[in-house]
Ligand binder design. Sequence first.
Ligand code: HEM
Length: 492
Amino acid sequence: MTTTNMDQTTSVAACLTISIFFLTIKMIKRRTLHQEGPSLPPAVSVVSLSAYLPTFLSKGLSAVIQDLHTKMGSVFTISLFGLKKVTFLVGPEVTAHFFQGSESEIRQSDIYKVTVPVFGRGVLYDVDLATRSRQISFCLDSIKPMNLRGHVDSMVKEVEDYFTKWEQHGVVDIKHEMGNLILLIANRCLLGKQFRENMFEEVSTLAHDIFDNGFHLISLFFPYLPIPPHHRRDKARAKLGEMIHEVVRSRRSSGQAENDVLQKFVDSKYINGRSMTENEIAGLLICMMFAAQHTSSATSTWTGACLLSHGESYLAAAIEEQKRIMERHGEHIDYTILQEMGTLHCCIKEALRLHSPAILLIRHASKSFSVQTREGYKIDIPQGHTLATCTTVSSKLPYIYKDPDVYDPSRFGPGREEDKVGGKFSYTPFSAGRHFCLGEDFAYTQIKVIWSHLLRNFELELISPFPKEEWDKFIPGPKGKVMVSYKRRRLT
Ligand code: HEM
């Protein structure tokens, strides 16, 4: 070993020792405080956090939070040079208020202001609470089960057409395929036939420019920084906005109605009877596309990767389930038949538990509040703290999920239902409470349409190593290509 290497090693070891020393002091301090009554969360400074840099770079943010959770407990604060305090709350015992607190106590809007350049002015996080709540209810209504039923035929058609283009056998990057397919479905069901048939390529390029350039790490802190990715985002956002405005205008003037979310927005009215403006409709559609795209394509890819690598018996069970359903209904698929796919549902749900794309949910504490930990300690969270919960860490708590790192879809099945037994906030990949994901049913519906088709029509094998997680993305998915070989077959 050279002298320089030794110096580096010694410095790293010294840093680690100092960090561990400070962490230990903080923990002892916390224990002492607990014995005296309610206390502030134990805190860790950015300096101490530097010890976690190797973990962050090799395993990502979740692994760092997991380590901090193990060392510091279910509530802890990261102090950013004393300027900002981010308090983490992990697990169902301490997150009830985080999820359910009213906007005057637990604010979401400040944090989500970063979405304004993407969703646009005059919508969602750029408007007052009453208007935002109404706009969210427009989104919710547009894909409620009654309306979602009407989209299943379009989803099935998109999926069948897409896989018709596959050869008799071959090799594909399933992550790329899922990304394409989910975007096709979003074009068809959210934006409508006209976009899907005449403007798909352009929308894909624009969506890519908006979402991939709009949510760099730097965008979270400086969403308007004049940098090339933000210029690309703004140009693409303006163009997609114009395209949507034009279709809305043409539908309004012709009175022509379609079965898509855009139409539902055209028909929606505020309490005072006002219709949404073209700008509001474009903003909500872009929000829905953003919320649906990476989350669903990542989950669909993880479902495949899990089933094809460490879920052999679950893969067999999911195929058996398809056989049984085909015996009853033949090739036909509709919303009710999708509800019969309980095994496939659990396989997707378990992939999402292990690989949640929405790692961090963030809020602002507008008022101070207290939480009680599982161990019975009362902890005060001061007003002004930024609050965060980490879905991937909460989803692996060993007192809720048996062998939490193992892919085991039957944990959600009859007789176990570990998430329900664990309590209301035990399973949070779709968030919970006030800002619960309104697209959960839509997501399961499209992923089940895709995977039931694949299971019925192809023999599949994962031929690349099981993917690692992307750690450098706002909405992380599987890292790199996920190569799968396929061979056509007929399930009988
Ligand atoms: C597997 C797929 C999906 C996952 C994991 C997911 C996850 C989430 C999460 C965690 C939130 C809440 C964020 C927070 O609490 O701060 C959320 C909100 C939301 N999601 Fe999803 N989502 C998925 C699919 C979809 C789809 C398909 C749509 C629409 C078609 C959608 C529309 C929305 C909307 C509009 C919100 C905002 C709700 C609000 O602020 O009240 N999501 N999603």
